[in-house]
Design a protein around this ligand. Structure first.
Ligand code: URA
Length: 429
């Protein structure tokens, strides 16, 4: 079959900084999906995009082309409004776990199609798989039934959702082309739009634990994604949030589930509760419930009931004990003072090296592994006090995790005032 375009011409046009016409973008994605455009050509094109960018129309064309490479789901006829949340990923970011049942407790459907972790940020499915019996894979019928019933489902995205993005993302991962705003925005939004949600709240992270650490770049990504969602008819709002220190006091899998359950019981760390409430408020406003009292639903057990229903619906036993690590190692404060900083990236890498994350797609993770923190920036610490506990099933992993933690905990002299951080830096709509 003769092809409408030549891959080398399309790559060269972007290499030379030209905007690509709609037809050539659609052809490129389709031909890549059919195997006509080779991996090395697509990688060269991705590098040209990384270096020369894309305009709003090109990004929209790319997103639509990736959506059209697979199936488009629809939750029409469910009898409920749907709203989804996506986070660009961070250290200790377990917000989806309390958030989905909290929002569902207001009668809204939350189809939370999630991924597994790669690198130093954890994956929501890996965390939930530490619950006995819980399964991530739901058929479309099971997903619909769960949304109609309990209202929230956190499950794996099917292979047919934007398959072109899956292949392109795997290529970008190995060719230094992840950090491109047009490529990230189209990758995330193609999956979210294909998923068929009516509205979407984005949690776009900046700071050392985020994959775009610079706040200005994260803000540009947020704006680009909000534009893409709006152009596609999905009501989209983004919060720009600080990921320079870990969220909460845990980074791992089972220990993050445990902390999420504390939040669902009305307690838990203040930052996790704050972000959960802020995102829930945005989601419910998009779903037509701007006055929902989300704090009350956390405090009076409604969100917990939805959590129990959601976990049981996917075969999980929410009462079963969570796995416990075979080995642990405490990190002690080396002086008296005030914890001034706690670099998120270092904590994330340590948790990953302890076995909580994977180096390659498909590797297993240790559910009990991770880092438990005992202090947050601003807390007074005393010499010899534990500031972190490393958890793993394999003691040989501890030395490399300790290396990752070097310099992470900065202790300022006693009495130093540490200005509180603003967790939510901006709202973009
Ligand atoms: N997550 C995605 O799904 N795609 C990207 O490009 C980056 C993060």
């Amino acid at each position: 079959m003769s092809e409408a375009f030549d891959a080398v011409d399309v790559i060269a046009a972007k290499r030379d900084g030209r905007a690509l016409e709609t037809a050539s973008i659609r052809w490129l994605v389709d031909a890549f999906t059919r195997g006509v455009v080779a991996d090395e050509q697509m990688a060269a094109w991705a590098m040209a995009v990384l270096l020369n960018g894309m305009d709003r129309r090109e990004i929209r064309d790319l997103t639509l082309a990736m959506i059209d490479s697979g199936e488009r789901m629809s939750f029409a006829g469910l009898g409920k409004v749907t709203v989804d949340k996506h986070s660009t990923g961070g250290v200790g970011d377990k917000i989806t776990l309390p958030l989905a049942p909290l929002v569902a407790s207001f009668g809204v459907a939350v189809p939370q199609l999630s991924g597994r972790g790669l690198g130093h940020t954890g994956g929501t499915l890996d965390k939930l798989e530490s619950i006995l019996g819980w399964r991530a894979d739901l058929s479309t019928e099971e997903l619909r039934a769960q949304l109609a019933g309990v209202g929230a489902a956190i499950c794996a995205a099917g292979a047919d959702l934007a398959p072109a993005d899956k292949r392109l993302y795997a290529l970008r991962d190995t060719t230094g082309t992840v950090e491109s705003i047009p490529l990230i925005a189209s990758s995330i939004m193609s999956k979210k739009i294909a998923e068929g949600t009516a509205s979407l709240v984005l949690d776009v992270k900046f700071g050392s634990g985020a994959f775009l650490p610079q706040q200005e770049r994260a803000e540009e990504l947020a704006r680009t994604m909000v534009e893409l969602g709006t152009d596609a008819g999905v009501a989209t709002v983004a919060l720009l949030t600080d990921m320079s220190v870990p969220l909460g006091l845990t980074a791992g899998n089972a220990i993050e589930v445990e902390e999420s359950v504390e939040v669902l019981a009305g307690g838990g760390p203040a930052d996790i509760r704050e972000l959960t409430l802020a995102l829930a408020t945005e989601m419910l406003a998009l779903a037509g419930l701007p006055d929902a009292d989300v704090a009350a639903a956390l405090d009076d057990g409604r969100a917990m009931d939805a959590w129990l229903g959601m976990i049981r619906a996917q075969g999980g036993d929410p009462e079963a004990p969570l796995p416990v690590a075979r080995e642990s190692h405490q990190v002690l404060a080396d002086r008296d003072g005030v914890l001034a900083d706690q670099d998120a990236r270092g904590v994330g890498v340590a948790a990953w090296r302890l076995g909580a994350g994977r180096a390659r797609q498909g590797d297993p993770v240790q559910h009990a592994a991770g880092v438990r923190l005992h202090a947050k920036p601003g807390d007074v610490v005393r010499a010899g006090q534990p500031i972190a506990t490393l958890l793993t099933d394999d003691a040989a992993r501890i030395p490399r995790a300790l290396e990752a933690l070097e310099g992470v905990h900065v202790i300022a002299p006693p009495g130093t005032a540490i200005p509180p951080r603003r967790l939510i830096a901006a709202r973009i709509a």
